[in-house]
Write a protein that binds this ligand. Structure first.
Ligand code: FES
Length: 320
């Protein structure tokens, strides 16, 4: 995938522990357009890539805005963003990609937990422009730690925004079941936030009988646990078109083994989040370790993410 160089035009404090970065094109260049729900890869330092959702109005062509929560993630991407990326810096990014796109619906329900507000901000702008029917629910522990609150209160769609703050007397805490129960037929749900929060919201929706096709979620970090049958045993990977056959030992990644044999699969997050490496499985059963595929896709689809997933069967035959 091609890459871009952009300038950090402004850096702001959006909330406690959350920095906002406004990225602009270099002189004489322009930014590719993006759609609501899109994200970009950002390299805060060489060798480290993280994905951040674009949170500004997709109608804006002069800038990308991202919000970065300082978190002690294992690879240190957010800490590098906070500590090393300053106004005026050049930053390497990817063009926007959208794995969390809005679908046409009679009503759209947006539910954000914490920093998960970012793609839903862009969605709210888009839905407002389309005069679409929607509501946005934003949940957090403390107002001080919630990004974009002032912007949401000042937005043209402010009357559609509902804040749910756990420790704030006078503001209602979030009642997922009650909210999901009263949605019009055909409503599409978009949820973004910590994986436990999303699991809770989506499990509640499924329990209430929501169709899987109306449930959409975004992850910020790979959090998928290995399945109950998961194993780290070695297995064989066969490439149906290439003819290659090779063994993936315990502790090895499929992408690394294939790369060592000259087969490069495009990757981005290398953590099971972005879906860039999705590969079709022709035979065998994958051991899904990603947080990108939905449960339905895992059961009915034939794809897996070789950057992190493995095999439950002795052999996986891939469409490569
Ligand atoms: S590279 Fe992102 S899911 Fe595999």
């Amino acid at each position: 995938m091609s890459e871009l160089r952009v300038r950090v035009h402004a850096r702001t404090v959006l909330a406690a522990g959350i920095a906002g970065f406004e990225l602009r094109a270099l002189p004489g260049q322009s930014l590719p357009p993006f759609s609501a729900g899109a994200h970009i890869d950002v390299w805060p330092v060489e060798g480290l890539v993280r994905q951040y959702s674009l949170c500004n109005d997709p109608a804006e062509s002069h800038r990308y805005q991202i919000a970065v929560l300082r978190a002690a993630d294992s690879r240190g991407g957010s800490i590098a963003m906070h500590e090393q990326v300053q106004e005026g810096d050049l930053l390497r990014i990817s063009p926007p990609r959208n794995l969390f796109a809005l679908q046409p619906a009679p009503h759209t329900l947006l539910i954000a937990g914490g920093i998960g507000i970012t793609p839903l901000m862009a969605m709210a702008h888009r839905l407002e422009h389309e005069a679409a029917d929607f509501e946005l629910h934003y949940c957090g522990r403390q107002l001080a730690g919630m990004a974009c609150v002032d912007a949401l209160k000042a937005a043209s769609f402010a009357d559609r925004v509902h804040f749910h703050v756990d420790d704030s007397a006078g503001l209602p805490s979030f009642q997922a079941e009650a909210l999901l129960s009263r949605q019009p037929v055909g409503t599409h749900l978009y949820v973004c936030g910590p994986s436990g929060f999303m699991d809770w919201v989506l499990d509640t929706a499924r329990r209430l009988g929501w169709p899987a096709g109306q449930l959409h979620r975004e992850y910020f970090a790979s959090s998928a646990p290995a399945g109950p049958q998961a194993t780290d045993e070695s297995f064989e990977v066969r490439l149906a078109r290439n003819g290659l056959s090779c063994r993936v030992a315990a502790g090895q990644r499929v992408i690394d083994v294939l790369a060592a044999h000259g087969v490069d699969i495009p990757v981005s997050c290398e953590a099971g989040v972005c879906g860039t490496c999705l590969t079709t499985v022709l035979e065998g059963e994958p051991d899904h370790r990603d947080s990108f595929l939905t449960e339905e896709e895992r059961q009915t689809g034939r794809q897996f993410t070789p950057c992190c997933s493995r095999a439950l069967t002795p052999v996986l035959v891939l469409d490569l």
